[in-house]
Design a protein around this ligand. Sequence first.
Ligand code: DGJ
Length: 469
Amino acid sequence: MRMRNKYRKPTTLRCNAAGSRCSKSVAVWSLVGCLLMLHIYYFVHQKDGKRTENQFRMVHDPQLRELQQVEEENIQIPPPRGKRSPRAAKRRPKRPTTIIDEFLDENSQLRSTFFPGEKTAINPMNDAGNDSFFYYPGRIWLDTDGTPIQAHGGGILYDERTRTYYWYGEYKDGPTYHAHKKAAARVDIIGVGCYSSTDLWKWKNEGIVLEAEESNETHDIHKSNVLERPKVVYNEKTGKYVMWMHIDDANYTKASVGIAVSDYPTGPFNYLRSKRPHGFDSRDMTIFKDDDGVAYMVYSSEDNSELHIGPLTEDFLDVTPTVKRVLVGQHREAPALFKHQGTYYMITSGCTGWAPNEALAHAAESIMGPWETMGNPCVVKSKTFRHTTFFSQSTYVIPLPAIPGTFIFMADRWNPADLRDSRYVWLPLIVGGPVDRPLDYNFGFPLWSRVSIYWHRKWRLPQGWNVLK
Ligand code: DGJ
């Protein structure tokens, strides 16, 4: 016999006289539901519309198509030989030689593959003819005086007022040494180098815009300390150029940020102070200025196990108390942020000192997160190149607003045996196409696109990159 459960709620909605209120609420909720669906549909398709437009250009513009060609690179590990650098020799017996060992070995037969000599230097002052404006990632890059550019771990400021690009970076033109047996390779602080350009290819040396302190050993930027990854942003409200940088001691235990300020992009910058932002340790860092004029600092923290993001104060001279922990437990550093069609993107590296490792691309709807990891953005046939970020490490991404979805990925090919001879790897970065890894927070909607960095031995910017419509 079937027993009726008197406690069971009726499953059908009663819409008789007593239930007329119920039917009204059903109608209201259905309407709300419909509106919500329409809103989501519109939102997704509005983005899709813009994306389709971009995709069309990416596929049909021959110059952009060329940038997206997948190149081959094939580096073979040479057979073992006698002479190895002492550091490389120490590492050898434990395991077979890897391509990273070869890269780090200053006596490797592959040395000139990773660090081509002076003869192949990019010299914008030569009447280069057909070679003008070509980037050759990894080659020595000369400034307009014919001297190798010294702007490592750098960043670019586009100064609207002078319509000039400024490249700031670590001026590392000194001898590399180890402060003690276990310490990382280092160069004494010389200062922050600045170069100016209107075409992103010919760079004029503007000098050292923030100089190391020579005598006062207690000073943050005394030459025996560490000054890395300087980034400069312009503050419209105060009319000042503000520089943020990673400040540390030779053992990387101070883990702080430093702030300096100037009235001019070419300095001199006045060093103000260092601090541990939000009370946390901070090592690799960057600054990102959003379209609304708010600037954010992003830094590796908790012993590089996570990144922290927080807005700067209105004058850009400090952080505000607001901070978010992102990519927690992912051990990422060398953050480089950019924005495309309202979405924030970031490229990061793993944490392996000066040795190259795999880059990852991340995306977020809000700069404060949550951030999702989309996968390795490097596009090249060689697995080795892909897994080592083309033997380099991210430092900055330059937007090219005239070609929506196109950017320049700036990276450093560190040379730990001789840091001053570290090279620059600049490559086209393109946003478009579906991501190649399932995402955690997107509820099935394609909220963002794939980020691709294309390897090229030689490439140049497409015509019209600097002509805003
Ligand atoms: C990796 C960082 O990204 C560099 O800026 C530098 O701090 C090196 N580590 C030092 O080993």
